[in-house]
Ligand binder design. Structure first.
Ligand code: ATP
Length: 600
């Protein structure tokens, strides 16, 4: 599970294309299916005209070949030439119509795949997300969707029309002349396609080398410029230039190879087409001499071969792009195959507690089987009471909050809300009931207002401002030139740690959940602000079940119950006074913080 991605089977190109079919022929979307059919109809008309055009061309040549007396105005090839022009235009118009009609299907498919993947990624567990780089995931979707676009573009604009055209041309040649013409044209095109694919596969190595060395030298250049001062401290300009040049040299080497191999490909393609053309022309020339063909027929046969191979000019490029796109699509579809670690039970019990009672019953948990994190933890927070969890760093305090939120499932025991195991209720109901202020607050790159309102996007403005007041951030926001409309920057980095925490508190207060969970929620604040917020938190969370994870013990004195956690075990529990009397770890920690000036 840890690296589910790499353990998935490799999909064949056809399987990947097959996965795309339901998006291109979507269930219940008669309109889109209709579009696909109409597009095929337009494509057929456009190709029939395309194949008919050279026949008109042939007719006019044959007419021009007659003696001048035989050419009257009407029999002049003028009409045929006009028809030729009209056909040319017609083929183009139908081709464009086909593109217009398919655009909607194409974009529907791209949007649906992106949405499905996005929804799926949101359902994947925290474990999966911690194992992956965020940027990597969004790039996988972006590249996958681009891949679909490329594959569709080449197949709709290039490959499928090309196949249609080949089919019609062979029918015409067979009917009008002899099967040997069809055979020669097919042999030529087959050799052309075969050689192109083989040589392109060989060329891909150089092209990849070009991309990777270009990337490499760019990264090195940026890194060295970012470290401008360090480079100067050590006088290492020459060293940096040499490192940069390694990438440039590899690029140049690969680019030269790339160019040489492209020329080799072009020459091979040219050779195959020339041989094919010469063979056709020789055959046609004999037939003309034997009176089996006219000069027009001679031109017609050549025109067909040229007409068929011209779109194949970009075959090498198209093949490379499609191959790359299929790899990117596979990565995206693989994401869709990653199973969900946390799933709702088939028949979740309804749950809508206003004041929930939280119970941990003999809970054991590990992130990896080789290291136990929580060992047989049992405690209860009765409805409306406050429980604080304290202990040394790494003892497993935040883990308790993650388990209550069901980011992970426990290995043993049960966690219950109002007597219902959290695995038996829906994740939506569970998470709706809990308001979490996490240890590290990350904000959306939007306005302060947006970030507070996130707690309840439907809340009226007054409620948002009220939450900000309770979290003691309203006055600060008012002093900002743009007030609530101030952008907080990427991950909220334009706000100080304390301001971010207060925004996080405000948005949780706005959510008004049944259970409050504060994980070191006020650790980034100065003592004075902390005291003020504590007062607000107390006011809002009064009569609400509250779990506080805290480092600074002064913030938990009033808790109804304090649990002291050490190496994943509860070693003491009781009220502040009880624990001081017990003279255990809590009393020791209290003394230390008192001496350290953390408690004032
Ligand atoms: P602190 O006060 O420093 O926040 P804590 O008591 O909240 O500490 P937890 O975050 O619960 O500690 O972590 C408990 C232990 O679990 C730590 O030793 C930590 O290294 C480990 N741990 C936390 N998250 C993971 C994870 N995703 N995978 C593996 N181990 C983890």
């Amino acid at each position: 599970m840890k690296n589910a991605h790499s353990t998935l089977d490799k999909k064949s190109d056809l399987t990947i294309l097959g996965l795309l079919v339901p998006y291109l022929w979507p269930k219940g979307r008669i309109d889109l299916k209709g579009r696909v059919l109409i597009a095929f109809f337009f494509l057929t008309i456009s190709k029939i005209i395309n194949v008919y055009m050279p026949i008109l061309y042939k007719e006019s040549i044959d007419l021009l070949g007659l003696s001048s007396e035989a050419l009257t105005w009407l029999s002049l090839p003028v009409l045929i030439i006009l028809a030729y022009g009209a056909a040319r235009l017609g083929a183009q118009v139908f081709n464009e119509l086909k593109d217009i009609i398919t655009a909607k299907v194409e974009h529907y498919a791209m949007r649906e795949v992106a949405l499905d993947t996005f929804k799926h990624i949101h359902k994947l567990s925290l474990r999966f997300h911690l194992d992956r780089k965020m940027g990597g995931l969004s790039r996988t979707i972006e590249r996958g969707v681009k891949g679909i676009e490329t594959v569709l573009r080449f197949s709709v604009f290039n490959i499928i029309p090309g196949l249609f055209e080949m089919l019609f041309v062979s029918i015409v040649l067979w009917v009008m002349y002899d099967i040997s013409y069809v055979i020669i044209i097919f042999l030529t095109l087959f050799s052309y396609i075969f050689a192109t694919i083989q040589m392109t596969t060989w060329r891909i190595t150089f092209v990849r080398q070009m991309f990777s060395s270009e990337n490499d030298s760019n990264t090195k250049a940026i890194d060295s410029l970012l470290n401008y001062e360090t480079v100067k401290y050590f006088g290492n300009e020459d060293h940096e230039t040499e490192r940069y040049d390694v990438g440039l040299r590899t690029y140049a080497h690969a680019a030269i190879k790339g160019k040489q191999s492209l020329s080799a490909l072009n020459i091979t393609q040219g050779l195959i087409i020339s041989v094919g053309l010469v063979a056709l022309m020789l055959m046609a020339a004999f037939d003309v001499r034997n009176g089996l063909m006219t000069v027009g027929d001679f031109v017609l046969v050549n025109t067909y071969l040229i007409q068929l191979y011209l779109p194949l000019n970009i075959l090498g490029f198209a093949y490379r792009e499609i191959k790359l796109s299929l790899t990117n699509m596979e990565e995206m579809f693989d994401l869709l195959d990653v199973p969900h670690e946390i799933t709702d039970s088939k028949d979740p019990l309804p749950f809508s507690s206003k004041d929930a009672c939280v119970t941990f019953e003999n809970v054991s948990f590990d992130y990896n089987p080789d290291r136990a994190i929580l060992k047989n933890i049992s405690f209860e927070v009765p409805s409306g009471k406050t429980c604080a969890i304290v202990g040394s760093s790494g003892a497993g305090k935040s883990t308790i909050s993650r388990l209550l939120f069901r980011f992970y499932d426990i290995t043993k025991g049960a966690i219950k809300l109002d007597g219902i195991d959290i695995r038996d209720m829906s994740q939506k109901d569970l998470r709706h009931a809990i308001g979490m202020v996490p240890q590290d607050t990350v904000l959306f790159n939007d306005t302060i207002y947006y970030n507070i309102a996130y707690g309840n996007p439907k809340a009226p403005k007054e409620a948002v401002l009220e939450a900000a007041r309770l979290a003691k951030i309203h006055d600060f926001i008012e002093t900002l030139p743009q007030g609530y409309e101030t952008m907080v920057g990427e991950r909220g980095l334009k706000l100080s740690g304390g301001e971010k925490q207060r925004v996080a508190i405000a948005r949780t207060l706005l959510k008004r959940p049944a259970i409050f969970l504060f994980d070191e929620a006020t650790s980034a604040l100065d003592t004075q602000t902390e005291k003020e917020i504590q007062k607000s938190i107390k006011a809002v969370s009064a009569n609400h079940t509250t779990l506080i994870i805290a480092h600074r013990l002064s913030t938990v004195i009033d808790a109804d119950q304090i649990i002291v956690l050490d190496h994943g075990e509860i070693i003491e529990r009781g009220t502040h006074t009880d624990l001081l009397k017990a003279k255990g770890l809590y009393a020791k920690m209290w003394k230390k913080q008192l001496e350290g000036g953390e408690i004032v």
